[in-house]
Design a protein around this ligand. Structure first.
Ligand code: GAR
Length: 196
């Protein structure tokens, strides 16, 4: 069987990327992460990629004159990498519609809330956790979903719930959710690759 390839997109620390990479090394996810694409040259994810022999690329729409030139470059990179699955792990830029259409049902994202709650443009990271605390929600969690043309609206693949405690801060809640993300994402990726 041909080995499966994954391309990861990340903008920040990249702890989900690292968790997925570790799962591939342990063969819990039988695939290879061939490239990490980031819009942020200072991303921890990029540093980790370079230290672990994963091709690390910086690609940001703002470095191109026209959106079409950016899309073209991204399309070429992906064609070359030929991923079975594209995994967004804390990636804050929108994936261009053309790419979403080309890789239909082959791009997934993780979101730190129970979608459809606290999802959509502008909802990411600590903003989500702060709002959950302010609204005195009893539970939160994380969601893995397919990426479609609209932010956070693609079909949900899996969710894990966590309790919100009365003495939680956004930081303590974020840590509880992130712990679950690191367990959930590799499991979902494994499942999806076994079916594609
Ligand atoms: C994660 O909590 C992920 O769910 C969230 O960003 C964090 C990235 O952490 N993603 C979003 O908010 C997307 N809307 P990481 O860089 O340590 O993996």
């Amino acid at each position: 069987m041909k080995p499966k390839n994954i391309v990861v997109f990340a903008s920040g620390t990249g702890s989900n990327f690292k968790a997925l990479h570790k799962a591939t090394l342990k063969k819990e996810v039988p695939a290879r992460i061939t490239a990490l694409i980031s819009d942020n040259p200072d991303a921890g994810a990029l540093k980790y990629a370079r230290e672990n022999d994963i091709r690390g690329l910086v690609l940001s729409p703002k470095d191109f004159d026209k959106p079409a030139a950016y899309e073209d470059e991204l399309r070429k990179i992906l064609e070359w990498e030929s991923p079975n699955l594209i995994v967004l792990a804390g990636y804050l830029k929108k994936i261009p519609d053309e790419i979403v259409d080309l890789y239909k049902r082959r791009i997934v994202n993780i979101h730190p809330a129970l979608l459809p709650k606290y999802g959509g443009k502008g909802w990411y990271g600590m903003r989500v956790h702060r709002a959950v605390i302010e609204n005195r929600e009893k539970e939160s969690g994380c969601t893995v979903h397919y990426v479609t043309r609209t932010y956070d609206e693609g079909p949900v693949i899996a969710q894990v719930k966590v309790p919100v405690r009365v003495d939680d801060t956004a930081e303590s809640l974020a840590a509880r959710v992130l712990k679950q993300e690191h367990l959930l994402y590799p499991k979902v990726v494994r499942f999806l690759l076994s079916h594609n």
